[in-house]
Design a protein around this ligand. Structure first.
Ligand code: NAD
Length: 523
């Protein structure tokens, strides 16, 4: 069984994480190849931008048709390369992308067209202002392996509809899914040079940052994100950083234990816990703590773990054995510090080296790695708390701030607590599904990142805003131009009084003084 990613110098292998079978080997793109791809993209981008938004939307619509027609095949490619159950490949990847296309088809024209800027100040009333949204040019996208289709595809569709060309560097673990995306886009009418994939490891990503791209959208770990931010700062390359999370789930004393425990189990074990938005910490009011933890354990024991291609599989393998090692280290650290294992807690070698049993831990504390570091695996740690204030304090006691959730029968109480949690998204009575709401912005605060993808704010990241200002009286010299003097200073004081003084009398006197400005001699 092949287990090593690196087959030879500058080659990577795509593996099936459930079986270890090599699916395909690839040559890694070197610096020159990356630069060539960016140069080709730049040459093609102007034509793509000149097509106009409506024609680009037609291409997105065609992409949507083609993806819908091939939904099951695409899902199978995702499951084979990333391991997740086929049902999840359909729902959390293909459906998310079909809907992201729907959002752009319905909204891109309205969101990208020129927008008037009404002027509130008297001095500038005679000018018209417009916001013009222009593509950046060539966008670099660097993506991770955990959602190898939905992450690069949603970002790419938004970039393309805005008129950018894209060079995508997918994770070295999931290049085949990226090539599937490329073939769908090209078949839909996106020119080959306008969307290109460069396969390779971190070095290919680094080469992309040092190429002449105009903006980078990066999704991945905090450690890589920091390296990328430093490299981007060297040349002031604008970046969006979608990084890791340690999402808290707050179960209040009036929550429905049955519903909340099912949500916790799904939220913690979807994609074998390898989701940036997965439930990584659970704080439960003491009055429900034991019953909630036991309900989670019972439901977890019923999960069927196996190859994602089998129709009954609930939880698939982890992507690589090194990820299993991280999970194992976090669980062992928690056990050594007094955590109780209510379910799982071991590898499943009989299934393969990448399988770890869905695990529920109780009696965890913030001294344990499992509550502080991103585990990114199938573990649900549950901790008791005394009241809402303590739950919020614990939720905010983290370097991360991607998302979180609050569980309660009282919607107002849930929303008011949600406002106190430091995160890019907080859901009341749901987990994870915010990623599939195409209108909703996705992104984090604190170490979880900078900027947003998805929805209106995601589209804003794909354009630079130009302010276009036109004077409606081209034959008139501006009153504030040179030729100052004492009287001009007094006139300007009057002008400020006229606009901003509290009393009506001062305003009127100001207006009389300001009127003289039109009679003064200017250069
Ligand atoms: P990673 O940081 O190891 O790799 C991400 C990508 O960066 C890969 O394509 C990799 O090849 C590339 N890369 C590595 N080193 C690089 C360098 N020096 N310069 C440029 N590119 C480089 O992350 P991963 O293991 O692929 O993904 C898991 C992480 O991603 C988790 O932390 C998870 O939370 C995060 N994630 C975040 C979101 C989000 O939307 N916030 C979504 C999914 C995953």
């Amino acid at each position: 069984m092949a287990t090593n990613l690196q087959i030879a110098e500058r080659r990577v292998a795509s593996l099936n994480p459930a079986t270890g079978v090599v699916l395909r080997e690839f040559d890694c793109a070197g610096e020159i190849e990356v630069q060539d791809a960016v140069a080709r993209a730049r040459a093609a981008q102007t034509g793509w931008a000149e097509m106009g938004v409506r024609r680009r939307i037609a291409v997105i619509r065609e992409f949507q048709r083609k993806l819908y027609a091939r939904k099951s095949e695409v899902a199978a490619v995702i499951t084979r390369e990333a391991g997740k159950p086929l049902a999840e490949a359909l729902v959390t990847e293909v459906l998310v992308v079909l809907d992201a296309a729907r959002f752009l088809i319905d909204n891109a024209w309205g969101l990208l067209r020129d927008e008037p800027v009404p002027h509130g100040n008297l001095v500038t009333k005679l000018k018209s202002g417009w916001l013009v949204r222009e593509p950046h040019g060539v966008l670099g996208i660097i993506s991770p392996w955990n959602y190898p289709f939905s992450i690069p595809a949603t970002e790419t569709l938004a970039a393309l509809v805005a008129g950018n060309a894209v060079v995508l560097k997918p994770s070295e673990l999931t290049p085949m899914v990226a090539l599937e995306l490329a073939s769908l886009l090209h078949a839909a009418g996106v020119p080959e040079a306008v969307f290109q994939v460069v396969v390779g490891e971190g070095a290919a990503g680094a080469a992309l940052i040092h190429s002449s791209i105009d903006k980078l959208v990066f999704t991945g770990s905090v450690a890589t994100g920091k390296r990328i931010a430093a490299a981007a700062a060297e040349r002031l390359l604008p970046v969006v950083l979608e990084l890791g999370g340690k999402d808290p789930m707050l179960v209040l004393d009036d929550a429905d234990v049955d519903v909340a425990s099912s949500a916790a189990v799904w939220g913690a074990f979807v994609n074998a816990g390898q989701a940036c938005l997965s439930v990584e910490r659970c704080y439960v009011h003491r009055s429900l703590y034991e019953s909630f933890a036991q309900a989670c354990a019972e439901k977890t024991r019923k999960l069927r773990v196996g190859n994602g291609m089998a129709p009954h599989t609930d939880v698939g393998p982890m992507i690589r054995e090194r990820q299993v090692r991280i999970v194992e280290a976090h669980v062992e650290d928690a056990k050594a510090r007094g955590a109780r294992v209510l379910a799982g807690g071991t590898r499943l070698p009989e299934l393969g080296e990448n399988f770890y049993a869905p695990t529920v831990l109780a009696d965890v504390t913030h001294e344990m790695r499992i509550m502080r570091e991103e585990t990114f695996g199938p573990v649900l740690p549950v901790m008791a708390c005394e009241d809402d204030d303590e739950a919020v304090r614990l939720a905010n006691d983290s370097e991360y701030g991607l998302a979180g959730s609050v569980w309660t029968r009282d919607r107002k109480r849930g929303e008011s607590l949600a406002r106190r949690i430091h995160a890019g998204t907080v859901m009341v009575n749901d987990v994870v599904s915010c990623f599939g709401i195409s209108e909703a912005p996705h992104g984090g605060v604190k170490a979880s990142g900078i900027g947003r993808t998805h929805g209106r704010f995601g589209l804003d990241e794909m354009v630079r805003v130009k302010y276009l200002d036109t004077d409606r009286m081209p034959g008139m010299k501006k009153v504030w131009w040179h030729g100052y003097g004492e009287s001009f200073t007094r006139q300007m004081e009057g002008f400020l009084d006229m606009q901003f003084a509290g009393g009506l009398g001062t305003r009127l006197r100001g207006a009389l003084r300001a009127a003289g400005v039109f009679r003064r001699k200017q250069l």
